[in-house]
Design a protein around this ligand. Structure first.
Ligand SMILES: Nc1ncnc2c1ncn2[C@@H]1O[C@H](COP(=O)(O)OP(=O)(O)OP(=O)(O)O)[C@@H](O)[C@H]1O
Ligand SMILES: NC(=O)c1ccc[n+]([C@@H]2O[C@H](COP(=O)(O)O)[C@@H](O)[C@H]2O)c1
Length: 173
């Protein structure tokens, strides 16, 4: 039995994340999705709450033949103990998945095996691109699994992203 751990901010969970999970699913029996920066929401960089991100992930993975757990992980000011913090919040795992150089370094230093994946269609499948399209009333829905679009509409997410991204009269965010 192998359990994996995949950490990301998932702001929002998009088709690039989904393709990575698809690939991970062929290597593990169970997967923990760590929802990073869990305390952050209502900003241009991090518009969605941990709860909304849990819904996006849970509904997108419902048809997978894989036991999944979504676990919110708040940020710490101390990188050197971050892996212990993650381990204290998550079910035990055998291997971590990430393409983020800091995350890879911290897990490796703590003796945890890390596997990377190729970046899938990174010109479009990037959280920043999805959020920019939301702000510009562009086609963001084709970049996310259908249940993610439903969760975002249900929580009036587009109106929120647009409003928190506005600058005030002085150009300050
Ligand atoms: N298109 C993609 N293909 C494969 N892996 C991806 C893709 N997009 C993101 N990832 C990986 O998924 C993990 C979580 O990514 P994250 O939630 O930061 O998304 P992002 O698209 O990089 O978002 P943002 O633009 O908001 O920083 C990281 O390891 C990241 O490298
Ligand atoms: N010291 C810390 O709190 C610390 C260190 C490394 C990564 N993280 C978090 O892990 C997540 C990594 O995900 P991304 O690959 O999506 O950036 C982010 O939420 C990031 O803030 C936190």
């Amino acid at each position: 039995m192998t359990r994996g751990f995949y950490i990301g901010r998932f702001q929002p969970y998009h088709n690039g994340h989904h393709r990575m999970v698809d690939r991970i699913a062929s290597e593990v029996d169970e997967l923990v999705l760590g929802i990073g920066s869990a305390g952050d929401s209502h900003s241009r960089h991090d518009p969605f709450t941990a709860g909304e991100r849990i819904m996006m992930i849970t509904k997108s993975l419902v048809d997978y033949d894989l036991v999944t757990y979504a676990v919110p992980i708040e940020d710490l000011d101390r990188n050197s103990v971050w892996v212990s913090h993650v381990q204290s919040m998550s079910p035990d795992f055998d291997v971590a998945y990430s393409n983020n150089p800091l995350v890879i370094r911290l897990f490796n230093e703590a003796g945890v095996e890390v596997r990377q994946s190729p970046m899938f269609n990174r010109e479009e499948l990037e959280g920043t691109e999805v959020r920019e399209r939301m702000i510009d009333d562009g086609d963001w829905e084709s970049l996310v699994p259908e249940p993610v679009a439903d969760v975002i509409h249900e929580s009036n997410g587009i109106e929120r992203v647009q409003q928190v991204s506005e600058t005030d009269a002085n150009g300050v965010q």
